[in-house]
Design a protein around this ligand. Sequence first.
Ligand code: NAP
Length: 230
Amino acid sequence: MAGKTVLITGATSGIGAHTARTLLDRGHRVAVTGRDEGRLKAFLDQAGHADRLLGLVADAADWQATESAVARTVERFGALDAAVANAGFMSGGSIGAGDPTSWAPMVLTNVLGPALLAHATLPHLEAGGGRLVLIGSVAGLKNSPANLYSSTKWATTGLAENLRLHATTRGVGVTLVNPGMIDTPFWEGVGAPPFALSPQPIAEAVCFALDQPTGVDLNTLTIRPVGQPA
Ligand SMILES: NC(=O)c1ccc[n+]([C@@H]2O[C@H](COP(=O)([O-])OP(=O)(O)OC[C@H]3O[C@@H](n4cnc5c(N)ncnc54)[C@H](OP(=O)(O)O)[C@@H]3O)[C@@H](O)[C@H]2O)c1
């Protein structure tokens, strides 16, 4: 892919940040979002490439913020070639024993967020035969007991396919990338398992999806670390 513009939600840390840095290193233009201004500034200071990087404070679960982030990306770079719905987290423990008060932000970010991003970006992606990438999870392919986070990722699995059915008739590709366990701040407080992968293979998978030639729609990539039992 030569000189594309890519918007990535939740890219101040972990998988999103690695993907943004990889795209920047390869000459692309990147817009990143996150909710925390300090974390966003730290990422921008460290990433460099200020001429091809735009940072936006935006909550992926909020429509106005999403619409504005897309508009500002197009205003700055002139077009949008790809969007990556990456913002997401796990909180509140299990449905059996967890804290129900922290479930709503997780469900809104993980489930509503990718739908809002699709709605805001599809008109731009249609203009150039672009691609929408959704970051799902192995937790969206397999069940575990009373796991609401897993249910949000099952929703992502479904959303990717029903968006594909819509987008493919408009010349837009849709790729679902399902990471296994990846060593990022996602695991803060719980601890990543020892076999967890670095985020870089997931960043490479996103780049591979964005690199597909015109006419090729790569739909699903699942990347687990060797040693992940489930
Ligand atoms: N790590 C894993 O093992 C793993 C496995 C499978 C799937 N995933 C998925 O991969 C994606 C990225 O996770 P990660 O491991 O890279 O976690 P991470 O290191 O915690 O990064 C999450 C990023 O998303 C941002 N974010 C969270 N909620 C947001 C919201 N509502 N709006 C905008 N930004 C938001 C965070 O910044 P702020 O908090 O400042 O907003 C941060 O930049 C998630 O969808 C996650 O479910 C991760």
